[in-house]
Design a protein around this ligand. Structure first.
Ligand SMILES: Nc1ncnc2c1ncn2[C@@H]1O[C@H](COP(=O)(O)OP(=O)(O)OP(=O)(O)O)[C@@H](O)[C@H]1O
Ligand SMILES: [Mg+2]
Length: 314
């Protein structure tokens, strides 16, 4: 069942390739107008899940429910979703405009409406000056943007993007972030994967982390950080280090953990503690000169690292 705010509900997807169980009871939801970021290591099953949502592969079992009772695999479902595959699928010997017009026609858009729509989308992906250029002459980042444009022509309710920013230049990356945000502003939903955890944190309303075909964590980036990685890390570098520093400091304050590597000391603290004063005092009392102090706030990268380091226990 799907509630009023939800656009898509995926329940207990299972998929095996011979003996290899790639999806293992995968479940999650996407709300209307929501950006859902999907994180997972290589081989976690992200593209397989996307292929099932795109009706390119079928699941062995499980359900995909779409708002309005639209049934996956039907013509209406195909009109409701836009797919940006992991690999670029455009015609190299056609121009940007020709490619988009060709794809638009496949969706049944014709005549003046098609020309207007193609121009609008080309503007949206910031490729106005490349409209008449052949795909083969575009940079990787530009091709990615055309690939995204192709998925938006029919104004789908949900856009599924598999690694839309992989291997693109910084400018294209920023343009792609803008495209994703624009979709949300227009009330469309987006599911996307990326191995750049920073952009998943930056763009997503909610994040799911997939490992071995199952969702191991779900929430806003903030929720995930405060649940799994609440430690601030103080990274100190000394001109010359003395072990007594750690002994003294741990005597004075409650430390979660402390690591020493040569002249570098990492102090893991509960997020609410501010220990700078103690660090400086303790170092001064032992005549140790500090070369550098870095304070690292926990972020989604740490959460992802935490789940990757947990091995098979998750
Ligand atoms: N058509 C297929 N036939 C056999 N095995 C497959 C097929 N497609 C995917 N797999 C296997 O399923 C597993 C998950 O692959 P998938 O491409 O879904 O991972 P992913 O999370 O998208 O990884 P990446 O981050 O590298 O893109 C892998 O072990 C892969 O080898
Ligand atoms: Mg993949």
């Amino acid at each position: 069942m799907i509630n009023m705010n939800e656009l898509l509900s995926v329940q207990n997807l299972v998929k095996s390739f011979s003996e290899n169980k790639v999806l293992n009871c995968l479940s999650f939801k996407v709300d209307k107008g929501e950006i859902l970021g999907v994180l997972g290591p290589n081989g976690a099953g992200k593209s397989t899940m996307f292929n099932i949502l795109s009706s390119l592969t079928s699941a062995d079992s499980g359900n995909v429910d779409f708002s309005g009772g639209i049934i996956p695999g039907t013509k209406e479902y195909k009109k409701s979703i836009g797919i940006v595959p992991q690999d670029i699928s455009l015609y190299n010997n056609m121009t940007v405009e020709e490619n988009l017009k060709f794809i638009g026609k496949l969706y049944g858009i014709r005549g003046k409406k098609l020309s207007l729509k193609v121009d609008e989308i080309i503007d949206e992906v910031n490729l106005g000056v490349k409209k008449k250029d052949y795909i083969k002459n575009l940079s990787g980042g530009m091709k990615r943007r055309v690939n995204i444009a192709a998925s938006l022509l029919h104004e789908p309710k949900l856009v599924i993007m598999d690694e839309p920013t992989v291997g693109v230049d910084p400018q294209s990356r920023v343009d792609i972030w803008k495209i994703i945000r624009n979709l949300k502003e227009k009330g469309q939903s987006v599911i996307f994967t990326s191995h750049y955890v920073d952009e998943v944190e930056r763009l997503s309303d909610r994040v799911i982390i997939i490992k071995k075909g199952i969702v191991v964590a779900e929430g806003t980036a903030k929720q995930l950080v405060s649940k799994y990685c609440k430690n601030y890390v103080y990274i100190l570098q000394f001109y010359s280090f003395d072990d007594n520093f750690c002994k003294e400091l741990t005597r004075k304050i409650n430390i979660v953990d402390i690591d020493v590597e040569g002249d570098k000391v990492k102090i893991y603290m509960d997020y609410s503690s501010n220990i700078l004063e103690y660090i400086v005092q303790t170092a001064a009392s032992l005549n140790l000169a500090i070369k550098n102090i870095d304070i690292k706030k926990p972020n989604l990268e740490d959460v992802f690292f935490y789940f990757n380091m947990k091995g098979d226990k998750v």
